[in-house]
Write a protein that binds this ligand. Structure first.
Ligand code: PMT
Length: 404
């Protein structure tokens, strides 16, 4: 998996810089083309010439050392890389990356690259446990940087603990496994995906509202998995207590009317639209600005229909692959097929909410995916994240197959 890959190895200033020599050697032996970027401090531990000899490539140390006037070295290197690895990564480079600082060749190239970045830290045990370093690492993890944890043992500073750069062989194995996973995982790279999730809240007065049992878990799982598969994801959600998935743009709404407006605004230019939200079909016909006082006897609230968002999206469909959900209790497949047709959908995900562990609120779901050309696939009871993954793979493949 490493064979033929273009790898930029960033070496920063710590005693573990000597291990980066073995790492360069292991990577080139595995068939990678390695270009080394060193910080000024790294060059105090190991000579750039050592890396040049091991990688058979020039070593970069100075942002302003522009050897080829036709190129800007740090941008050229950032674009060239299939993968960037920083080993050893000091607390300083981690801090700079987490704060977007670019004051030398390595940090400037890191801001410019679109390639996946792996960080193998090495530092004193107390530095590694410092809240500033922990926060910076969390920030970077949130941006999908991948950390290769340091090992435990005797550190060069004399302390024993966590902070030793992982062994070069183990770093190469992590990279190989990851590349293998990336290349076998179906991708949604370049696709723009719009997902709706959660319930809607339909207000009666400042105290009371109508809603349903949707927790948003299914829609959030879809948004999260789509982002992991490389899509650019927008999530329109009703009121839920869930964290925004990494890499997802979130738009919060409350009522069915607000969800209608947001979905229509976001619809144009999307490749895939998935409506997992449980939108209220009815809302109070009258709403009150002041709290309604209790009265003796019953209170009848007249309800009126909300707009059917999915129906409207089906009418306005251009090139979007439109997927609805159907939460049913009786004859789920039959009702699902009817919704698929009447709302001009490309596919529908049928949820028999009477199945134990499926539907509203749970962490698991079981569904049947039906495409407009008659493909029917059942996804057995599994975690909503797993169901989301399988659904996205099905959507990706039916989109391709059925457009031929
Ligand atoms: O949120 P969770 O707790 O994880 O639960 C997940 C879920 C059960 C809510 C989800 O898997 C699901 O089934 N969502 C659809 C629920 C639903 O409202 O089904 P429906 O059959 O009433 O609606 C059919 C489709 O029309 C849905 O895609 C819905 O978003 C859409 N709709 C409905 C009403 C309306 N006014 N506008 C709509 O767009």
């Amino acid at each position: 998996m490493v064979n033929g890959k273009k790898i930029v190895l960033g070496v920063t200033g710590g005693i573990a810089a000597y291990k980066a020599c073995t790492l360069t050697s292991r990577l080139t032996q595995a068939g990678a083309d390695v270009k080394v970027v060193m910080t000024e401090s790294a060059a105090k531990f190991v000579s750039p010439l050592t890396f040049q000899a091991l990688s058979r490539n020039p070593v970069f140390t100075d942002t302003f050392d522009e050897k080829d006037p036709a190129k800007i070295a740090h941008i050229d290197l950032a674009d060239w890389a299939d993968l960037v690895l920083i080993a050893p990564a000091t607390a300083n480079i981690i801090g700079k990356m987490a704060n977007g600082l670019a004051d030398d060749m390595l940090s400037t190239m890191l801001l410019a690259t679109q390639a996946p970045v792996y960080i193998a830290p090495a530092m004193n045990v107390h530095m590694y446990a410092h809240p500033a370093v922990i926060e910076n690492m969390k920030t970077l993890e949130g941006w999908r940087y991948r950390f290769i944890e340091p090992g435990n043992g005797l550190l060069a500073c004399g302390y024993v603990g966590k902070g030793r750069l992982e062994e070069p062989e183990a770093i190469v194995e992590v990279i190989k496994d990851d590349l293998n996973k990336r290349e076998t995982t179906p991708t949604l790279k370049g696709k723009r995906v719009l997902v709706s999730a959660g319930p809607t809240k339909e207000k009666v007065d400042p105290v009371r509202y109508f809603t349903n049992h949707s927790s948003g878990k299914m829609g959030f799982a879809i948004a999260s998995e789509a982002a992991k598969m490389g899509a650019e994801v927008t999530l329109v959600t009703g009121p839920v207590g869930l964290e925004t998935p990494v890499g997802v743009r979130r738009i919060d709404v409350e009522s069915a009317e607000q969800m209608y407006q947001a979905m229509l605004e976001q619809y144009e230019g999307k490749d895939i639209v998935i409506k997992a939200a449980a939108v209220a079909d009815y809302r109070p016909a009258l709403t009150y600005e002041e709290k309604m006082k209790k009265q003796p006897g019953a209170w009848t609230v007249e309800m009126e229909r909300t707009k059917d968002i999915l129906l409207e999206l089906g009418k306005r469909k251009q090139s979007q692959y439109l997927v609805g959900f159907a939460a049913e209790t009786t004859d789920p497949l039959e009702y699902g097929r009817k919704k698929l047709e009447s709302k001009n959908l490309d596919a529908i995900v049928v949820n028999n909410i009477k199945t134990t562990g499926a539907g509203f609120g749970s962490d698991t779901n079981a569904v049947t995916y039906i495409s407009k050309h008659g493909l029917e696939k059942t996804i057995e009871l599994a975690a909503k994240t797993e169901v989301a993954k399988q659904l996205l793979v099905l959507i990706g493949s039916t989109m391709k197959d059925e457009s031929r």
